[in-house]
Design a protein around this ligand. Structure first.
Ligand code: ADP
Ligand code: ADP
Length: 229
């Protein structure tokens, strides 16, 4: 993943709000990155851009040599369905409420071919091994959050984007989610970008990037002190 001079401007009537100003960021395949920063800094915006849900107002966004901002809608949709896993901040929005947990995972696998064993394994790893038959809409926020991570990883995406995926989890469930993300990185080469306010999550990932006022601020890799860039 490479961001080159990314600018994101939201327009509402005649008001313009610059959410990201000149973001340069390179993330290597298999890195697991925690995005930190105060509310309103632009973290979610960056995630939406990387997911192809927004097109940058300026700058280039590269994913494996593909310029996301210039892809036609059809190719972008295909790339999103096959290569990108996303966990939105509101757990329920990631799921189809009337389908069971297992059906939600299977639905996410449609683009890459069903794999029942993998689906069961993912549910087990997020601690929902016995909940496969329950409707997603009947689950608690924390259960939905864990299910959303399983759904996002169902296709072995090259890129996992997660917006505060542990905000409603206790420590044990949070650890499970982090372990699953790290395992995906190690086993499938999945690159992960995780917006989080949870220090335990950022410590466990390989790199920390801070966003502040729409710009990249302090960065650190595991085992290093914070370096201001
Ligand atoms: P967070 O700060 O935790 O990312 P927010 O409450 O700022 O969450 O935003 C929640 C959702 O509302 C996001 O999808 C964001 O894009 C959208 N949003 C935030 N601010 C505005 C705004 N000023 N106008 C319209 N949508 C907004
Ligand atoms: P964070 O995720 O770091 O809290 P966001 O990316 O949600 O930050 O928001 C960055 C800035 O952009 C904030 O000022 C927010 O209000 C604004 N914003 C986010 N989404 C929208 C939107 N859809 N329309 C207008 N402004 C938005």
């Amino acid at each position: 993943v490479r961001c080159d001079g990314i600018v994101q401007i939201y327009k509402a009537r005649d008001v313009e709000l610059v959410a990201l100003r000149d973001v340069d960021l390179t993330i290597e395949a298999g890195e697991t990155v925690a995005l930190l920063g105060p509310s309103g800094a632009g973290k979610s915006t960056l995630l939406w851009l990387l997911a192809g849900l927004l097109r940058p107002s300026a700058g280039r966004l590269w994913l494996d040599g593909t310029d996301l901002g210039r892809l036609d809608q059809r190719r972008l949709d295909r790339l999103r369905a096959t290569r990108i896993g996303m966990v939105l901040q509101q757990p329920a929005r990631n799921l189809i409420g009337y389908l069971s947990a297992a059906q939600n995972v299977a639905f996410a696998q449609r683009a890459a071919g069903r794999d029942r064993r993998r689906a069961a394994e993912l549910l087990r790893r997020v601690g929902l091994g016995d909940a496969g038959g329950r409707p997603a809409g009947s689950m608690s926020g924390g259960e939905q959050q864990r299910l959303a991570v399983a759904v996002a990883l169902a296709n072995k995406p090259g890129l996992l984007l997660a917006d505060e995926p542990t905000s409603q989890l206790d420590e044990e469930s949070g650890t499970r989610v982090v372990e699953l993300i790290k395992r995906a990185a190690a086993a499938d080469g999945t690159t992960a970008v995780v917006v989080t306010h949870d220090a335990a999550v950022s410590r466990a990932l390989s790199r920390t990037v801070t966003i502040r006022d729409g710009r990249v601020g302090a960065e650190s890799r595991r085992g290093e002190d914070f370096v201001v860039v």
